[in-house]
Design a binder for this molecule. Structure first.
Ligand SMILES: *[C@@H]1O[C@H](CO)[C@@H](O)[C@H](O)[C@H]1NC(C)=O
Ligand SMILES: *[C@@H]1O[C@H](CO)[C@@H](O)[C@H](O)[C@H]1NC(C)=O
Length: 331
């Protein structure tokens, strides 16, 4: 009798849980090959969630190369062939078995559930100098131009902050960086640009669409702060990237940023949490008004905290979570 192993990776919308791996051992009556099943609702969103999935698959393949990996996904528009090609192309993961689409049920086995933070590839960001040009403090905002990212809130907060800026403080600049998936996103970006004109801050705001990664890194290297304003985001990889790059995060006061990311590191504050336009504006003014040494201290603590979500850490924690079942398998 052969054992079959199924691992469901569930991303819950309910809480700050980042990624939950529910492990279950199934005894098969048939002489099947051992396989690992991943459940992932969105396998091709092009963002952090997709990266988590393929890094998890890669971790399995490194630990146990003979295991078959099967991906169950909710993407109706993704074919097994296109997912297989994307995994190889973007993340260097070769699937042993083409992913299956659609899942009907969602299992929860809390007893065998482990939490592993998603892998953020921040090594290139961790080496950027923490010092920033002080004449024009840059606030960066990195997010796809999709509705839930709430770009308008950021723009309004920036405008309020400019209106309240003390005469002795430097005038900041806001840089929006993001990709557009389709025409709706393009329209959203256009509306944002119109809104900047309407608020009379268009001279202080820059827009960058579909940047190359190295250009994004260049911008992150110049930013004193990073904006995030999505409500109830499971995790918030962009927030970790700000922190790794030395930009102090101003993130939404909910879910991932609140419960996992923007927490104190060795008793030192690592960033700001906000919800309303006023709170975001306050945070901007606080960062701009900070003495250089204080800003450096906070940025250094934020960078240190970001290390908790590194790719290396992911592999370490994920492999620790799967080892018990791999051991079970060889018994
Ligand atoms: C959880 O695991 C423990 C120890 O393996 C076991 O005794 C307990 O019955 C399990 N609970 C559930 C709800 O499966
Ligand atoms: C763009 O993509 C989003 C998400 O997939 C979708 O909801 C929206 O309808 C799309 N818009 C267009 C014009 O295709």
């Amino acid at each position: 009798m052969a054992n079959g192993f199924l691992i469901w990776a569930l991303i819950t919308a309910v809480s700050a849980f980042i990624l939950i791996f529910a492990l279950r051992v199934i005894s098969g009556r048939w002489n099947r090959k051992t396989a690992v099943g991943f459940f992932h609702p969105y396998t091709n969103d092009g963002g952090g969630g997709e990266r988590v999935l393929w890094c998890a698959v890669k971790a399995f393949q490194e630990e146990s190369p003979d295991l078959e990996c099967v991906v169950y996904s909710g993407d109706h528009d993704a074919s097994p062939q296109s997912l297989t090609a994307r995994a190889l192309d973007r993340f260097g993961v070769k699937l042993l078995h083409p992913p299956n689409s659609h899942i009907e049920k969602l299992w929860r086995i809390s007893n065998r559930t482990k939490r592993v933070y998603p892998p953020c590839d921040t090594t290139g960001l961790q080496v950027l100098p923490l010092e920033r040009e002080a004449k024009t403090p840059v606030i960066i905002s990195v997010a796809q131009f999709r509705p839930e990212k709430a770009h308008t809130l950021q723009l309004e907060a920036f405008s309020v902050a400019l209106g309240r800026l003390a005469a002795d403080l430097p005038r900041p600049k806001l840089q929006f960086v993001g990709s557009c998936r389709n025409k709706s996103d393009e329209e959203r970006l256009q509306n944002l640009q119109n809104k900047a004109i309407e608020l009379k801050v268009d001279g202080d705001v820059e827009f960058y669409k579909n940047l190359m990664y190295r250009d994004l890194v260049r911008l992150l290297a110049g930013a004193v702060a990073g904006f995030h304003s999505m409500t109830d985001e499971h995790f918030g990889i962009s927030v970790v990237e700000y922190m790794a790059a030395g930009a102090i995060p101003i993130a939404h006061n909910s879910a991932g940023p609140k419960m996992d990311i923007v927490l104190e590191e060795d008793g030192q504050q690592t960033g700001f949490l906000a919800r309303s336009v006023e709170e975001y504006a306050d945070a901007i003014l606080k960062i701009i008004g900070m003495p250089g040494t204080e800003r450096l201290k906070m940025a250094a603590a934020a960078r240190q905290r970001a290390g908790r979500f590194s790719e290396q850490r992911f592999y370490q924690d994920f492999k620790a979570a799967i080892r018990p079942i791999l051991r079970h398998r060889s018994q």
